[in-house]
Design a protein around this ligand. Structure first.
Ligand code: TRH
Length: 353
């Protein structure tokens, strides 16, 4: 096997709101560094790393302040502009004068919509401005082989297989009663109509920080449904939370992907947009996710997901847990056959540099 020298990556991330931008970039930076790459992660607001990182950055990964990029004399081999975050002009000017030119990659948001396959890897030549002469390329994560794939660390499946959920839950002070279902809750807002549906079985809701904690506190819960507030967990522990639960309510982008790797039934609360773009985005994902599912599970899942997003009426009950669990596992298996995002980025940069 040829030995490929490690590259220097400059990964830029602007925190727009919430934790998805930094969550995706931190995960990508960690993944690349763990594969031996040298990564500088440029952040305009690193405050969430206080809890998300759960310790100092690993070897090969350095966190830099966005404001210092304008004076940074060295430009890496690969520059990633995450989510169209607009790089500092002075840095782009130095990219343009670097020999050889760096690869300039715009890492886009995750979607199952068809434009993703069409747009993945497209060039955007720069004809004017400080980057004139350079070409930026779009890199789209996604769920099919004609996209950039999903972040999946090489050791993920083995770590999951060795995971001791009861011990991990106990260490966090979570006491599950016999027969109780565990539900993780990470959402923009609580839709209280879900609570009576959960009451079909004794349920403990583990609520992540955010508005849902106060919304839950204001609810009269059905008998047999109780909840516990969680603090912010480190990103590895957040993943373990999803592995430990029977049913995961996730949101945004990164936790949505991690719920798929957890292989448990889940519901996605999609990031709401003013133009209502979340509706088609939700449906196109469901089309893929449910393509091989039994018809009754598919119909029930669609209703539940729409309702949880305020996009439809509530079903009378949750989808059957055994078929929902089988579908989640099949989907994970299907995704795991596709190359992960960091591997695809590495070969993309190597093949057409
Ligand atoms: O926080 P999110 O809603 O993020 C985003 C942003 O709103 C972004 O602007 C938008 O474009 C995008 O959604 C679609 O949800 P997400 O993507 O799941 O990010 C949360 C991150 O926080 C994820 O990496 C998991 C992490 N996390 C922890 O590490 N520990 C925790 O305790 C919790 C609750 C989350």
């Amino acid at each position: 096997m040829p030995i490929i020298a490690a590259m220097q990556w400059d990964l830029f991330c602007r925190v727009i709101d919430n934790y998805g931008d930094i969550g995706v970039c931190w995960r990508l930076a960690r993944d690349l560094a763990a594969r031996g790459e040298q990564v500088q992660l440029w952040l305009d607001d690193a405050s969430a790393l206080g809890w998300m990182a759960g310790g100092p950055p690993p070897g090969g990964l350095v966190v830099r302040h966005w404001g210092d990029a304008a004076d940074e004399p060295v430009v890496g081999d690969v520059v990633i502009e995450s989510f169209g975050c607009d790089l500092p002009e002075a840095f782009v000017a130095r990219m343009a004068s670097r020999q050889p030119a760096p690869r300039w990659i715009n890492l886009e948001y995750l979607s199952a919509e068809s434009y993703v396959e069409r747009s993945h890897r497209l060039h955007s030549p720069q004809f004017s401005g400080p980057g004139a002469g350079l070409s930026k390329q779009f890199f789209y994560p996604g769920f099919t082989t004609r996209t950039g794939g999903l972040l999946r660390e090489p050791g993920l499946a083995a770590e999951q297989a060795a995971f001791d959920a009861p011990a991990w839950l106990a260490a966090l002070g979570i006491e599950r009663r016999p027969g109780e279902r565990l539900v993780s809750l990470f959402a923009y807002r609580l839709m209280p109509e879900l609570l009576p549906l959960l009451a079909e079985q004794p349920t403990l809701i583990l609520a992540c920080p955010g508005a849902v904690q106060s919304q839950l506190a204001a609810q009269a819960l059905p008998a047999d449904v109780r909840w516990q507030a969680l603090p912010f967990l480190s990103q590895p522990n957040f993943d373990r939370l999803l592995w430990a639960c029977d049913f995961n309510l996730v949101r945004g982008e990164d936790s949505f992907v991690r719920a798929q790797w957890a292989g448990k039934p889940f519901v996605w609360q999609i990031y709401p947009q003013d133009d209502g773009a979340q509706g088609p985005k939700l449906e196109t994902f469901l089309d893929l996710y449910l393509a091989a599912a039994p018809a009754d599970l598919a119909a029930g899942t669609r209703r539940l997901w729409r309702a949880w997003n305020g996009l439809g009426a509530w079903p009378a009950a949750l989808p059957a847990s055994n078929t929902a669990a089988a579908t989640a596992l099949q989907w994970r298996q299907h995704l795991a056959r596709q190359p992960d995002l960091a591997s695809q980025l590495l070969s993309f940069v190597a093949e057409s540099g």
